[in-house]
Design a protein around this ligand. Structure first.
Ligand SMILES: [Zn+2]
Length: 330
């Protein structure tokens, strides 16, 4: 929210403040209806926020630390594509759901192999989602192309593969269903049919350099809100996490990728982190350094350190969710 050149932080909600008008005498507003505006002339105005922070819990947005008047919408702390379901849903404002949520979830949702881990939780890849893949045919030949799932019933699917038209070795391929009459095809074009497939593999992209950091911070922030509640999440220390949802990491945050569960469990953690679970943990005992992390399936593991967190968190948070057991109420 911007009034003139001054940025109004959410901590000023419920308070009065005086802001500078722009040259048109109009306060530029990027939130509608969030506050009352009284023009005092001479480029000054009183802006009154109609929302009392303490009274807005049911429509508080932990991603932007505000109390949107138009309410909150459901946000899955763990993206649905990797097993997030009705258990860990929080309310966030529509803007954050659209912007921060969509932006930082996108990397996770692109990862076929993460989604394949979530497959048993019933989160099918959509038919149009194609993922880079390598396939081995029954006759031993290797092809590169795209992998996708074909739904064959309720919570049942089979893998499918589509080869690139031109393979790295120069050979040309067409899929059976794309070919009307194979007898008329030039002799140098191979026809791919599904019964030729032995297995298809996902291309595994390691988290380093992949821009996954903000997605992990979003999960950490969401679970902190879910576990610790609104009072904790309003602490300024969590602003550091919120900053990371805008696309660039806050310089006070360090995300380190841990290569294996074995390495991770040698550290002193508030709980055991297990394979096939999602786990989030975190603490700030001295008010200075936040130490926490996020583990997805025990395979993507981020240790998250925030220097200058600036607030003591009581106790240690640890939350584990098993994405294999869907618990949908709808
Ligand atoms: Zn928000």
């Amino acid at each position: 929210m911007v009034i003139g050149s001054r940025s109004v932080s959410a901590s000023e909600y419920g308070a009065e403040m005086t802001g500078q008008l722009n040259s048109n005498g109009i306060a530029p507003i990027d939130d509608e209806d969030d506050f009352k505006f009284e023009d005092l002339g001479d480029g000054m105005a009183i802006v009154t926020y109609p929302v009392d922070r303490g009274a807005c819990d049911d429509r508080y947005c932990p991603y932007c630390n505000s109390c949107p008047l138009d309410g909150v919408t459901d946000e899955h702390v763990y993206p649905q594509s990797i097993g997030g379901d009705g258990r860990t849903v929080i309310g966030v404002c529509k803007r954050c759901n659209n912007k921060a949520g969509a932006n930082v979830d996108v990397w996770v949702s692109r990862q076929s192999w993460l989604k394949s881990l979530a497959f048993r939780s019933g989160n099918l890849m959509k038919r149009h989602e194609e993922h880079e893949s390598t396939a081995k045919l029954k006759d031993g030949r290797m092809l590169v192309g795209h992998f996708y799932w074909i739904n064959v019933g309720k919570n049942a699917a089979r893998p499918a593969f589509q080869p690139l038209k031109t393979q790295p070795d120069g050979s040309k391929w067409i899929t059976e269903h794309a070919c009307q009459d194979s007898a008329k095809l030039p002799a140098d074009i191979n026809v791919y049919s599904e019964d030729m497939l032995d297995k298809a593999s996902f291309k595994l992209q390691l988290p380093e350099g992949a821009g996954l950091e903000s997605a992990m911070i979003k999960i950490l922030l969401g679970m902190s809100y879910w576990g610790r509640g609104v009072e904790a999440i309003m602490l300024p220390g969590f602003d550091v996490m919120r900053n990371c949802l805008k696309g660039e990491m806050d310089p006070r945050v360090t995300v380190s990728w841990i290569d294996s569960l074995e390495t991770l469990n040698k550290k002193e953690l508030p709980c055991e982190v297990m394979i096939n679970n999602h786990t989030v943990w975190g603490e700030c005992a001295d008010g200075q350094t936040f130490i926490g992390g996020v583990s997805l399936f025990g395979r993507i593991i981020a240790e998250i350190i925030i220097n200058g967190f600036g607030a003591v968190l009581p106790g240690r948070m640890c939350s584990t969710e098993n994405p294999w057991v869907p618990n949908r109420t709808t």
